[in-house]
Each structure stands twice: as C-alpha cells, then as structure tokens.
Write a protein that binds this ligand. Structure first.
Ligand code: SF4
Length: 491
C-alpha cells in the first residue's frame, strides 16, 4: 500500500470507527493476538451476529488481543494489499491467529485474494509455524466444512459460544498447538481427524443471546442495536439450510430481552434476528413490550399468517414502511412438496390488509428452479404475482427471485440444480409472463452466474483448495478480487 492508499485507508477506517458505539471493552494487545476477519464489506460484518459474537467472546478472554479486518470498507471498493488491521493498522500477517467468519459459501471465493495478499499459502500443508494459525467458522462452515478442510488449520462448524473460549484458553495454556484442541466438541482439526463429529452440546441462547456489543451507524439495521431472539426454526421447508444448522430450536424469552434492555437504556431502535421471528412463542408480547418502551422495531421478513392487528400496528408505530413476505412459489404442488402450505385467498386478503394499514411497499420472495418445477408451475407463480399486485392497492409491490441451490443436510440436498443455460431460460420465461404488469411490479433476479457458483461451492469437497491455490498464484496486486465484487447493502 502506497502512502496515499494507506492514508485513505486510515481516514476511512477512522471515520467508520467514530460511527461506532461500544458496549464492552477489548484488549488490543495480549499474550496471543488475533484478528477476526469478515471476508466481505464492513457494513455486512457489523450487521452479522456471528461475526460480532466471535469478536465479543474472544475479547472476553484475558490475555487475548483482538482486532478486526474487513477486505472492503465501502461497496465495490476492495482494499489493495498489503492489508492492515481495522483497529490499529497493524500488518495482518503479523497476527498469531486469523479467525475467518463465513456466513455465506460465496465468501469462500474471497480466500485466494486475501491469502495471496498476506503471502500465506492457501494449502495448509505448505504453511509453517511462522504463519498465523488459520481458523474458520460460521454458518457456511457448518454447511460445507469439507470444502475448507485443506485450507484452514482449524474449522469450527459448531457454535462459537461453546467452542471459542476453550480453544483460546488452550492456546494460552499450551501455546498454539492445534493438536491440543482436536478433541474439543464442535471443533475439527483436519490434520488430526478425517471428518467432523457434530457436537451434542448447544448454547443456551436464553442465558446468553447474541447481541451487537458494537453498534455501527453503518449496519444494515440503520444503526440499531441487534439481538438474536431465536436460534433455529420450527418449520420444515425442504430447501432451507437454517432449519438444519441451527437445530435445536431455542427462543430467547421476553423476560431476558427486557433484562437486556434494562442494561442498555440508550437502545431506541432494536433489530430482532431469527430465521423465523414470527414463530417465536412470545413474539406478540415482545412487540408490545418494545412499543411500550418506545423502542422502534427492526426486523427482516414476516410470516404473513402471524400478522394480526397488534403486530401490524406495532410495526407501523415503529415507522416500518415496507414488509417482506416469502410465499416462495405460486405453485400449490411445489408448496406442498417443500412443506410450506399457503391458503391463497387468505394470503391475498392479508396483502390487502397490509396495504390498508398504510405500508408503502410489499416485497415478495420467490425461489425459481425448485425440484420438479415445470412451465405450468412458473405460470402459476406469475398469476400469483398478478393477483398480489391487484390486492396490494396503493402499496407498491416487488417480487425478488432467488434460484434453488441444494444445500447439504437438507431433504433436497441431492436434487439437481439448474445449469446456467436453464437459469437464463427460466428468467426469460418469468419476465415474458410478467410483461403485462411490468409497470406495476418491480421484478428482480439473482445473478445466474452467482447462482451457479453458489451451487458449486455448497457441494464442492476438499479439491477446492487446489483451485484456490492456483487462483492465489495468479493474483497480482491490482487484480485482486477482480472476480468477486463486494455486494451493495440492501435495507
Ligand atoms: S425457509 Fe424460513 S420458515 Fe422455512 S424452515 Fe427456513 S427459516 Fe424456517
């Protein structure tokens, strides 16, 4: 990094740091120093409770120095190497441990660029004791740890709450000896055992919910505090990874959330995080309590069948202007196959009710390319969107399509994913069917190339290491991340 680049990096990171509020302390230097790496945008990392929890837990261990690193501080502007830590601008390769937090398999593709910028070999067998110990955890590691098994020294497919502190304590007591942590539950050291054994102990989220101990004004919740209110989902959608990796289902009680709020009296906006928030057994009570305390609610998608007057009015009082619902498909046959039934008449009545409540925008999520989907199913989805647009009255409506990707561990893990050609054909067909209402409904699609890449990354095995090693070799400083742009945040 030239002087000018370094100056730009330092001023941008300083501006971001000054937009943060901290609720715990962290030591910058210790007996062991680690950096927690979020391999994507700063704003995404600071909205991610997995990444924040790893940082918070590591910071709680006396003797551990903790910093952060993000390879992009602004959308579409990856940093140029050499890389420095976010807090103190210290060279990243000098840390004892680098802890990567992977939420999405797509972020695996950042590995060649980051490793090559740090001068760290991608293949773990080519590294030596002068290199940092490379550790990876997060939902994507829980989903496909085999893909990273020849890249990282330690994989943590289990929950950070039950694994991280014992790992760090062992390093403090025994030095950076990864063999000594190989038998910890939830941890996989590929050099010591061929496969990962899923642990049986899970964290009690009601005792220790995940929360944003650092609140950044740039997070995806508009600078709100964030708290996890439920881990896991009681529903059984056949394509969904969340129901698999976050089991068993555990809820944070209203009482606990209230106690947490008492400890954070400055909280005026709160992002509630759960794979399926509206299946929380006390969701209505939690909403009422937040409204009574004059705290604005921030949430992601809603379960249409749970939207009653109390909840709709709590959301309006929180100045929520847009609601996101996920019918997934307009085809009754496919909804039955995925285990997500829906009564169409009730659904469209609910859309009208939402519009009557004054929500300005309604967004619907669909998945294209589901197993056994044919053109008739796609036609049903197009007709469904048209009906929804009519029911939405004065509210604007949009439809966002993702494409089915089979995920490990789900009932549909062995189903076929669409080829690039098939995805493009499907998108063209949906657009054609919806052309009569194109002025009325905004329709968006995932990038077909990215979908194909996701399908590959969710299934690929240890051979991924060879591909990334080759790619890292090819990485020249000015071409880093050429293939992987950093996504823009969508609120
Ligand atoms: S898609 Fe949503 S409702 Fe279905 S299992 Fe996953 S998180 Fe639950």
């Amino acid at each position: 990094m030239g002087l000018k680049h370094r100056h730009n990096y330092e001023s941008l990171s300083s501006a971001l740091k000054s937009s943060e509020r901290w609720y715990t302390t962290s030591q910058i230097a210790g007996k062991i120093n680690l950096a927690v790496v979020y391999p994507n945008l700063y704003s995404l990392g600071m909205s991610n409770l997995g990444f924040l929890t790893v940082h918070r837990l590591a910071s709680s261990v006396p003797g551990i120095g903790v910093e952060r690193f993000f390879p992009a501080l602004e959308p579409e502007k990856p940093l140029k190497p050499p890389y420095y830590s976010f807090e103190t601008n210290r060279p990243l390769a000098d840390f004892d441990l680098l802890l990567f937090s992977f939420s999405y398999e797509g972020d695996f593709d950042k590995i060649p660029g980051i490793f090559s910028a740090l001068g760290i070999p991608v293949l773990s067998q080519k590294r030596n004791r002068h290199h940092p110990v490379m550790i990876a955890g997060g939902a994507a590691v829980a989903s496909n740890s085999a893909a990273l098994s020849r890249i990282f020294d330690v994989l943590v497919p289990g929950e950070a709450e039950t694994t991280l502190v014992p790992i760090l304590q062992s390093f403090l007591d025994n030095g950076l000896d990864i063999e000594k942590i190989a038998n910890l539950p939830g941890v996989w050291v590929p050099a010591c055992s061929e496969e990962f054994v899923r642990p049986k102990n899970f964290c009690n989220v009601d005792l220790e919910p995940a929360w944003s101990h650092i609140v950044s004004a740039k997070n995806a919740f508009g600078g709100a505090h964030i708290i996890e209110v439920m881990r896991g989902c009681p529903r059984i959608c056949s394509f969904c990874l969340a129901r698999v990796i976050y089991q068993p289902v555990r809820a944070v009680s209203r009482k606990k959330i209230e106690a947490w709020l008492n400890e954070h009296p400055d909280c005026r906006d709160l992002g509630l995080v759960a794979p399926s928030l509206f299946d929380h057994p006390e969701v209505e009570d939690i909403f009422s309590m937040l409204i009574e305390r004059k705290i604005r609610i921030r949430n992601s998608s809603v379960k249409w069948e749970k939207l009653n007057d109390n909840i709709l009015s709590a959301l309006r009082q929180s100045e929520v202007r847009s609601l996101t619902l996920a019918p997934e498909t307009g085809s009754e046959k496919l909804r039955a196959a995925m285990g997500k039934p829906l009564a169409p008449d009730r659904f469209f009545r609910k859309i009208s009710e939402i519009a009557d409540y004054g929500f300005e925008h309604i967004k619907l999520y669909f998945v294209a390319g589901l197993p056994e989907e044919n053109d008739d199913d796609v036609k049903e989805t197009a007709a469904f969107i048209e009906r929804a647009a009519n029911a939405a009255g004065n509210s604007s409506l949009s439809a966002a399509f993702s494409v089915f990707v089979p995920k490990n561990g789900t009932p549909w893990q062995n189903e076929k994913s669409l080829s690039l050609h098939e995805i493009k054909r499907k998108i063209r067909y949906i657009k054609e069917l919806l052309q009569d209402i194109q002025g009325q409904v905004k329709v968006t699609f995932e990038s077909p190339v990215e979908v194909c890449r996701q399908s590959y990354l969710s299934k690929v095995g240890p051979e991924l290491a060879d591909e990334y090693a080759r790619e890292a070799e090819e990485c020249k400083e000015n071409r880093l991340f050429a293939r992987n742009q950093f996504s823009t945040l969508e609120f």
